[in-house]
Design a protein. Structure first.
Length: 280
């Protein structure tokens, strides 16, 4: 993991990090951080580095919620981590992404294997994806020796440091929940598969008939009490329909679960709109 290193003879006495309110707290509070093969492989990349006790400190930082910001984009991860100093440390992880030619070859290969596309869209990462990435010339997992660069603004000379380690552990949980975060890091986004995942496409190539969408809205929304066309959904019945369809967010770490929180928010907004309409 390439980074401009500080003086390796400098020694820093371990200090306790400042307490953070509202940080991204790891789901795992003990034991392993990953349950899927791809999440474990991501952690293996980190733990292959000889950084000793920094790994356990990184786990502690992740579990305490010391990471306050975390964002992913093709080829880049950025984060903020609260350490013992007042100013938060800036983290940057960078890796190579698929070229247009590599992406085209990868999508062509996936077009011939519709079951892989279906599994990806179901948030499952088949082992075959490793081979497909390797065949187009860019391994699925970035390599610290070749194309993975990390940087932290902290004074620790080690790379990775405990702050980078904390980000790695949180990313493993995010990859566990949705492997497309890992694929996006390599430059393959969910939208790239939309053309390959059309029902008629999957049906034709797999040999199995597709199940058409219900003609009646009740069949899609799962309710027999839909309002007449043009009328608003009753807030007491439909305030959580859309959030339940969208599902959970990977970095949601509030003490209150996402879906109940969004249901309450929908109910409050619907009630306010209804009250305002009465005043008009």
């Amino acid at each position: 993991m390439a980074r401009k290193r500080k003086n390796s003879f400098m020694w820093y006495e371990p200090t306790a990090p400042r307490k953070v309110d509202g940080g991204i707290r790891a789901i795992s509070q003990r034991g392993s951080f990953a349950t899927t093969w791809w999440g474990k492989e991501w952690i293996r990349i980190l733990e292959s580095s000889d950084i000793g006790a920094r790994l356990s400190r990184g786990k502690s930082y992740a579990r305490k919620g010391q990471v306050t910001e975390l964002a992913a984009a093709p080829g880049k991860i950025t984060a903020k981590v609260q350490g013992s100093q007042a100013r938060k440390y800036s983290i940057l992880l960078e890796c190579d992404v698929l070229s247009e030619e590599q992406k085209t070859r990868l999508l062509q290969a996936l077009e011939e294997q519709p079951f892989l596309v279906a599994r990806l869209l179901e948030k499952d990462l088949p082992l075959e994806m490793e081979n497909l990435f390797r065949q187009v010339g860019l391994p699925l997992f970035p390599s610290p020796e070749k194309d993975l660069e990390t940087n932290c603004s902290c004074p620790d000379w080690s790379n990775p440091c405990k702050h980078i380690a904390a980000v790695f552990y949180l990313l493993a949980e995010a990859f566990d929940a949705d492997p497309f975060f890992l694929l996006t890091l390599r430059g393959l986004e969910r939208e790239d598969l939309f053309g390959l995942s059309r029902e008629e496409n999957l049906s034709e190539k797999s040999g199995f008939p597709s199940e058409p969408l219900p003609l009646e809205p009740e069949g899609f929304w799962g309710s027999r009490n839909l309002p007449p066309l043009g009328e608003a959904f009753p807030p007491s019945e439909f305030h959580g329909t859309l959030p339940r369809r969208l599902g959970a967010l990977p970095f949601w770490r509030s003490s209150e679960p996402l879906i109940p929180f969004m249901e309450n928010l929908y109910r409050a907004v619907a009630t306010e709109d209804r009250d305002e309409s009465r005043l008009e």
